[in-house]
Design a protein around this ligand. Structure first.
Ligand SMILES: C[S@@+](CC[C@H](N)C(=O)[O-])C[C@H]1O[C@@H](n2cnc3c(N)ncnc32)[C@H](O)[C@@H]1O
Length: 323
């Protein structure tokens, strides 16, 4: 069923009282403008959506964070009575963070009574020490929806950084900042890295701070700002024609190259076959809609996973690491 048809059907079921009858329900927060992929993913996984709102979905239990969910609130509760909700929220040992879905009176009344942690941009640190436990809640249709233990370490998976607007040549570096800082996927300090599709060099700039050597490949040059960085070795040419035998000492492979998912799949298979590289981080870029079949093909590669980074747009990040 396409998501617009499902949307219409779900609007009919707008009274949330039925949630009280369920053993468990979860809430998923979609990425802004990418809601339809979350709906498609849930449909493929046969996960029932009880209620759809532009800022959240109420669903049957899911057993892992869906790729297209920015956050996952497992085992939620619905609180219908205002004063009971206030008492309940005040009785929690952690502080709460309010997620705005509707600007209704209830949300204002509650926020006047409950101490709320404000959302903060993330400072880039590797590893990031943030380990604060909090609950999340929201209001819909005069009801409070509560989750004691949301999935994401940073509230709502809102991975906005305090950016460096001077040094990197573009904003692509934010994808790697998120991967390193939030997901703690970090090449060790002696690493030797191949990076394809590197120009103008946002990723190369980040990687050069960890690796011993970064061998970058692109049809285009890197931004001259990167010239002083001595462990970046740039090669201009077709990244699909790199001689594997010359890079047998490398241990990480990064790609943000623009190509079809099929071409990327073929390329990483060649590298896995002809090199000793065990660690891969590659952006899978979709031309039109997300291709779930090709994502499944990538996921068949042992030890791999796919994350839709907050900094990814119509693309996902395929990761395979040695550990
Ligand atoms: C999205 S950009 C990469 C941005 C980069 N990650 C950064 O942080 O600056 C994609 C790059 O892929 C390169 N590219 C596409 N096809 C290529 C090919 N066959 N060989 C080499 N580079 C290619 C383009 O020239 C472009 O610079």
């Amino acid at each position: 069923m396409d998501s617009s048809r499902q949307h219409k059907k779900l609007q009919l079921n707008s009274d949330l009282g039925f949630l009280n009858q369920l053993d468990r329900f979860d809430i998923l927060i979609p990425f802004i403008h990418l809601e339809k992929y979350l709906m498609m993913e849930l449909e493929r996984r046969n996960i029932k959506v009880y209620y759809q709102h532009s800022r959240l979905l109420i669903t049957a239990p899911v057993n892992e964070r869906p790729i297209w969910a920015q956050d996952w609130w497992p085992s939620c509760q619905i609180l219908s009575d205002f004063s009971e909700a206030i008492d309940f929220l005040k009785s929690q040992k952690n502080l709460g963070i309010y997620y705005q879905t509707e600007s209704d009176n209830l949300s204002k009344r509650i926020q006047n009574r409950i101490k709320n942690i404000p959302l903060k941009r993330i400072d880039y640190k590797v590893p990031h020490p943030f380990n604060f436990k909090f609950y999340t809640y929201t209001t819909i249709q005069d009801q409070v929806l509560f989750c004691a233990q949301p999935f994401q370490r940073f509230p709502f998976g809102w991975h906005e950084f305090n950016e460096d607007k001077q040094t990197p040549p573009n904003r692509a570096y934010l994808k790697l900042w998120e991967l390193l800082s939030v997901y703690n996927i970090v090449p060790s300090s002696g690493s030797k890295i191949i990076e394809i599709g590197a120009s103008p060099g946002g990723w190369s700039w980040v990687l050069s701070q960890f690796a011993a050597e970064v061998h970058t490949f692109d049809r285009a040059p890197l931004d001259p700002k990167l010239n002083p960085i001595k462990n970046i070795h740039h090669h201009i040419g077709d990244a699909f024609k790199i001689p594997f035998e010359q890079y047998q000492q490398c241990d990480w492979f990064f790609s943000d190259l623009i190509c079809t998912p099929e071409k990327l799949y073929e390329t990483i298979n060649l590298w896995m076959k002809h090199s000793r590289i065990q660690n891969y981080v590659c952006t899978i870029k979709f031309k039109g809609d997300c291709d779930f079949d090709i994502m499944n093909q990538f996921l068949q590669i042992p030890g791999s996973r796919i994350i839709h980074l907050y900094q990814n747009k119509n693309e996902v990040t395929w990761i395979r690491t040695a550990e």
